[in-house]
Design a protein around this ligand. Structure first.
Ligand SMILES: CC(C)(COP(=O)(O)OP(=O)(O)OC[C@H]1O[C@@H](n2cnc3c(N)ncnc32)[C@H](O)[C@@H]1OP(=O)(O)O)[C@@H](O)C(=O)NCCC(=O)NCCS
Length: 200
């Protein structure tokens, strides 16, 4: 559908059927999916189903997942906006990267691009995020790009039979404007799916 966002070294766009192989490679690593309710991928059908699900979630304005593509190294992972409340102009962000991309500029730049999308293009006032309290890397990574830890939501996520607490973080539009994230230049090609434009 021809929609993409580009920063200094990355392009973000909706995943397409042809990306299944790359996603299988990135998320077949148990370290990458350790904190998630899904994965690791073991079969190409799993990323194929995920890519199909993304398409109908986009149509409904429920979730906007984007493949992160490094201009030199290719697909790096996924970042996405979900849990939209258009009335309150807020949503949540989540990100995962292949382990080869951890500790690079990819997390920071992809978060800047998706923040630009949320605040500048979709009219959001708040972007939140979650981390597992034991996932120290993810917690530090969110704080490092300007998300404030606001508290713990008890038994918020169900993974199989277990209910897990989560840290909840937030970045407000004003926080974003005052952060280094807003200084990263982002260009957009095409328009986001219309279902996500309800906050404008
Ligand atoms: C979460 C994720 C996207 C972050 O990207 P990243 O490239 O690893 O993050 P960064 O390297 O930019 O930042 C990690 C920060 O944690 C710190 N860190 C690394 N390992 C750590 C550990 N074990 N304990 C505490 N801090 C740690 C780093 O020093 C860095 O902080 P700094 O920027 O202040 O130096 C990536 O690790 C990932 O995809 N993880 C697997 C999926 C996942 O857990 N997603 C998040 C779900 S909430």
């Amino acid at each position: 559908m021809g929609f993409s966002l580009t920063g200094p070294t990355l392009t973000l766009r909706p995943p397409q059927p042809g990306d299944a192989e790359a996603l299988l490679g990135l998320a077949s690593d148990p370290e990458v999916t350790r904190w998630f309710s899904w994965g690791p991928y073991t079969d190409i059908e799993q990323p194929r189903e995920y890519i199909e699900r993304c398409a109908w979630q986009r149509e409904r304005g429920e979730q906007l997942d984007l493949l992160i593509i490094d201009s030199e190294r290719g697909p790096a992972g996924v970042t996405g906006l979900s849990e939209f409340s258009y009335r309150d102009r807020r949503c949540m962000v989540g990100t995962w990267l292949g382990a080869d991309f951890w500790g690079t500029q990819v997390n920071r730049e992809s978060k800047a691009i998706i923040a630009h999308l949320g605040f500048e293009i979709l009219g959001m006032n708040r972007i939140g995020s979650y981390s597992n309290p034991e996932n120290h890397r993810s917690t530090s990574a969110l704080e490092a790009v300007g998300y404030s830890r606001e508290g713990v939501l008890r038994q918020w996520h169900r993974h199989g039979a277990r209910y897990l607490d989560v840290n909840v973080f937030g970045m407000l539009r004003d926080d974003w404007r005052a952060s280094g994230q807003a200084e990263i230049e982002v260009s957009i090609e095409g328009t986001p799916p219309s279902a996500f434009l309800q906050g404008l």
